[in-house]
Design a binder for this molecule. Sequence first.
Ligand SMILES: [Zn+2]
Ligand SMILES: [Zn+2]
Length: 173
Amino acid sequence: MKYNVAQLLKEAIGSHRNFDIEEDICDAEHPMEHVRGAVDMVRTHQGIWVQARLVVRVPQYCSRCLDAFSRTIRIELDEEYFPEVDVKTGMSALPPDEWDALCIAADQNLDLAEATRQATLAAMPLKPLCKPECVGICDRCGCDRNQGPCDCYNREIDPRWAALRSLMDEQQL
Ligand SMILES: [Zn+2]
Ligand SMILES: [Zn+2]
C-alpha cells in the first residue's frame, strides 16, 4: 500500500490527488487479505494529509463454531503524514525519534498499510461470528450444530418425565 508522493510534496500547499485503490495484501503481519476504496491526498505545509474510505477484507475465525470465514470491514483514515526527508533539500526533515508509521519514508513512499491495519483492528468485533444465527459447536460432543442438531441435548429429559422414564427402564429389565 505504498504510494510515491515525491511529486505531490514538490507541489503547492492544497495540491491534491484522488485515486482508487484495490490491492491484495500478502503480509502475515497485517490481518487483512484485500483492501479497496478511495484515497484523497492533500499537500499541507508540513506533509500530506490522507483521507481514505476503505473496505478491508479480513480472515477470521468464528468464536462459536471456529470456522474460518472472511469479513469485510469499512474504515476511514484521516491522518497527516510527515516526510522523514525534505524532498527539495534531501536533508532530514524530522529528528529520527519522531519517525514512525505515519512518516513518509526517505524514498518518498507513503505507506498506508500501518494506518489501515490499526483502523481495521480497532473496528474488528471482539467475538466474530460467521453469521449472526450461528449456533456454534456442541459443548458436549464437539460437533458443528450448524450442520444439524446432535443428540446430546435431545436426550435430556424433563424432570417431570424422569419418574416415568425410570419406570419404563425397570419394565425393560
Ligand atoms: Zn460460526
Ligand atoms: Zn452434541
